[in-house]
Design a protein around this ligand. Sequence first.
Ligand SMILES: *Cc1c(COP(=O)(O)O)cnc(C)c1O
Length: 625
Amino acid sequence: MKIENFAKHAGKARQALAAAPRWFQVRNTINEAFPSPFRTEGPDPLAVGMNQALALLNSLKPEPGGPAHIGPASMHPSYEHAPSVHLEQASLPLSEVVSKSAKLFEGMPHWNHPLTMPNVIPPANLAGIISAMMTQVFSPNIIEGEYSWNVENSELESAAMLSHLIGWPNPSNLDAVEGSAPGGLYTFGGSGCYFYAMKYALTRVLGKESRSKGIRADAKILVSYQGHYAKDISSDWTGLGMDNVVQIRTDPVTNAMDLKHLEEVMRTFNEAQVPIAAIVCTMGTTDAFAVDDVKAVRELVGKYPNPAPYGKTFIYCDAVIGWSWLTFGTYDFKANPLGFTPTVLAQVQKNYEAVKNLKEADAVGCDFHKVGWSPYNCSIIVMKDFTEFQTLMRRGESAYLQARTQYNPGLYTLEVSRTGAYSMAGWATLKFLGREGFQSILGGVLEVQEALREMLAEHPELVCVNDADTGFVTLFRVYPQGVNAQQQYARELTDPKALAELKAHNALQEKVADKIWDWFRDGKQHGGAYAPYISYTSGFRPTDYNPDMAIDGAVIYGLKAFPMNLNVDLETMQTLIKLVLTARDEVAKEPKNGVPKKRVERRAALTRGTVEDLLSGVTRRTHQG
Ligand SMILES: *Cc1c(COP(=O)(O)O)cnc(C)c1O
């Protein structure tokens, strides 16, 4: 409703706009920049603004075949001026703000570009983007039904779809499950899911009183060395303390939790009467896609129960990288209706088999903004006994929120206001892709990756160093001209006498990665092609003779391709190989500049908390009472 000449209410008086006080005139212009309260006849001003915004974003994309970033090529971000920015006196026109907003995207990596593959960062699908954006118009708050009405169904139905995938009893069958039903909550990322799970675990194991009296026992969280650093975030922020995270060794080949070591640790705690709050199974580590054996963990929890009065040890599956392989639960691997090649079919089946026991968990964390191709943030923690969680975590009713509908998650969530954007994005993505969509995207990434691995196998100066991994990551090394990569790598991996060569070739991987990064950022063609956006790892694994990471530098570096978007194809992989070799030759021409930069080894930081330390710590703490 546009007010042309007359103010409707200028405060108490009705007067001509020109004669109205300044506050009214300013507010009147601003009000036109809110969505109209009533259906508009002409073009919706929001649609006009959105069209402008989308046109600007579109113009930031490269022209077909252009380089792999958004907006001007060679720019770098600059943050120096930010601290001096003040709030301006005058308001700005909408279109100007939209233009300024669009400018902030300039230079960013472009997740949907055929040359982009640095990490587990997918482009978001249209259904996810649009549904999330829709929530910005009407602002549903999924704190409770009253403020979001049926938008709550996006959370409830997502939780139902995922619990069915996991294999938990049908929520519509409430009677059959004796007062417990699965359910789930969207939250801020995989680290948010983890945090929820640890709080739930601590409350179950240490009792509901721990919520008021505080956490007063050194309950343990057991998780593998390869587990995500969210273990530290959760133990820190819950107040449990990071020293209560006990890291379990991993198998050198599979990278999965070493069950013997896990049992040893559990038995020791059991004998010392120390409660274990949670065991975290990583269902797909970020790079190697290592999956822990949750079924075996469930059996161990049965074998070593917590001493009285503590509650039952909680099993959390950090499946943010692995959950969507569950969509293959109904796939006919014999008939192979989607027509995957035999190698990929076997990998797909292996990945599905690895996650199919997720039902053994008490809760499962799923990131849609990783293997769900949704916008940030979009993660859901699905719980087997949501009723228990609700009971344990419920707070008193608040004076200003009334339970006017059946669903009021604000009574037990960490967050107070909760955006509908994540639940709508996740829900819309599940509807949009369906099982077949997920299956084709997941298997499709593997098909493209397989093409890369075949090219690596055929080239004498290149070697793939993680053949056995069936996740989305290919790690590989490039060697100097004339060097047989396979043989040289085999020596470096196993022979301590080759340590100097290993270090020199590690430095080469780093230089090649830096060169490709520079080329990606300068926006020019090199050797006839734009550079891909990849990354590299400075510690994929230790050498065979360095299992304890005691020998400085005896680790394997590798270039890394993580092809998450659907535009990455065979041609991308050909370009990648070509540019890696070109970069290697460039690097060889450069003057040697001494010892390479020393890198902090990620794994080295993880070696704290050996069993011995930990047990002496336990004894000490136990004796201190
Ligand atoms: C990314 C990741 C997390 C953290 O998830 P966010 O969504 O980034 O908060 C936790 N665990 C694993 C295995 C991850 O890969």
